[in-house]
Write a protein that binds this ligand. Sequence first.
Ligand SMILES: Cc1cc2nc3c(=O)[nH]c(=O)nc-3n(C[C@H](O)[C@H](O)[C@H](O)COP(=O)(O)O)c2cc1C
Length: 179
Amino acid sequence: MKIVAICGSPRRGNTEFILKRILTKAEELGARTELVLLREKRIEFCNGCLNCDFTGECNIRDDMQIIYPKLKEADLIILGSPNYFSNVSGMMKNFIDRLNPFYTNKKLRNKKVVAVVVGGTDKPNTIKNSIKSIELAVDWTEMSLIGDLYLVGEGPQDIENDPESIQKIDEFTESLISS
Ligand SMILES: Cc1cc2nc3c(=O)[nH]c(=O)nc-3n(C[C@H](O)[C@H](O)[C@H](O)COP(=O)(O)O)c2cc1C
């Protein structure tokens, strides 16, 4: 099983910690893994040309061209983002917009996806909306959201320093790999 995790946080904080913890555990359980830190990539905004609606390919020559094949090869994609204003981060949203070729070419159809979101609060609406925005993007590309994990942390090391959160991550990973 190949797992590709996409991290949409602009800082080395909670989302990155959670994704690394999931991937490390998944490797122990036999998976092959790769982490993509969007903050280290050069990814332009979608320019709205809609060329991809006709060709199924994106015209923009940037690091998405390296990420597209990784997504196609993955058995499971993890989309990890901080919660920003009850949504995903701008970095993750930009990444999602650049998935538009897959809306047309359907090359990610039935691919399994997991959403991981970290927010500073546990207000129900902020949790619901941030997860929902990933779920809807997954729906548009005809992938399948098989799970979501929402954890609460504000400072960059809050999750790392919280044993309860770590236990949740480990249990979530085990159920993910055994399913
Ligand atoms: C611009 C901005 C907007 C935020 N909006 C929310 C929000 O709507 N709801 C929430 O629970 N936390 C919000 N937060 C808090 C972050 O989600 C929190 O700090 C989280 O731990 C960041 O994850 P990271 O460490 O992976 O970057 C916001 C933080 C920033 C910087």
